[in-house]
Design a protein around this ligand. Structure first.
Ligand code: XBP
Ligand code: MG
Length: 253
């Protein structure tokens, strides 16, 4: 029986990477007087590492390995990431990053029912707060029984730590929960935590390995915007994924 939906954030709730995080990283580099500029293509490559601080370090390892020898490199990375987060918050507050199709509808439906909601994400808690506040209003943070974000766990996705963190606080076994994700890292983390995983893809993740997903869709659909199913044995009735269709397909699988 399905008792909780656990949502990933970046790429799942909203397309935050190409026109959000990436722009914010470049703004932070410029503000620091650095001539680093992550193109759409290069950022897609850097997404192989989750976590913004870890991503900067990965970039330095490949492009500026000498900088990693500096005594204060950790604080430089932390400062760049804090600046990037400020720029990202500004983009969200300006309403530049909308929710993906079906997200507002499904979250609202779940909130009005006895279905528990949770978040399991690699990004920071403040980024979750700014995204939800900008798109659903500040009270929407209370819709989630658990928000597992960023550095609350030692190992980020594809490690399962953040999903274990959320399941422990939901006080639910994995078998009663569904993870909704967008990336190869995300489904690996969810499956290692024993969760069924529904995937909605985006430009950056459509070539990832989703062979263990119950279904792979382009998005959750709206009454006037039918979803397309790319893969997976689970079939949702209708043009969009509703709470009822999720419950039905979950009980069947
Ligand atoms: C995606 C990530 C995050 C973002 C950047 O998280 O890997 O690191 O790319 O956000 P999700 P930060 O698990 O939601 O898909 O700079 O705050 O890490
Ligand atoms: Mg994601």
């Amino acid at each position: 029986m399905l008792k909780a939906l656990i949502f990933d954030v970046d790429g799942t709730l909203a397309d935050t990477e190409r026109d959000g995080h990436r722009i914010a990283f470049n703004a932070a580099f410029k503000e620091a007087g650095l001539d680093w500029k992550w193109s759409v293509k290069r950022y897609g490559e850097l997404l192989s590492v989750t976590g913004g601080k870890e991503r900067i370090r990965y970039f330095l390892q490949s492009d500026y390995p000498d900088l990693l020898q500096k005594d204060d490199i950790d604080s430089l990375i932390a400062q760049l990431h804090a600046s990037k987060t400020r720029h990202y918050h500004a983009l969200l507050t300006e309403g530049k990053i909308p929710l993906r199709p079906g997200i507002k509808r499904l979250l609202t439906q779940a909130h009005a029912s006895d279905m528990l909601l949770a978040i399991a994400t690699t990004t920071t808690h403040s980024n979750v707060e700014y995204l939800l506040t900008a798109t659903l209003g500040a009270q929407s943070m209370q819709w989630f029984t658990v928000i597992g974000a960023g550095d609350v766990v030692a190992e980020k996705k594809p490690a399962p730590d953040i999903y274990h963190y959320v399941l422990e606080r939901l006080k639910l076994p994995a078998k009663h929960c569904l993870a909704i994700e967008d990336s190869g890292h995300g489904i690996k983390a969810a499956k290692q935590a024993g969760l069924t995983c529904l995937i909605t893809v985006n430009d950056y993740t459509q070539a990832d390995d989703f062979s263990t997903a119950c279904a792979v869709l382009d998005h959750l659909g709206e009454p006037d915007l039918p979803y397309q199913q790319h893969a997976g044995n689970t079939r949702f009735d209708g043009e969009y994924v509703s709470l009822d269709s999720l419950k039905r397909c979950f009980s069947e699988h």
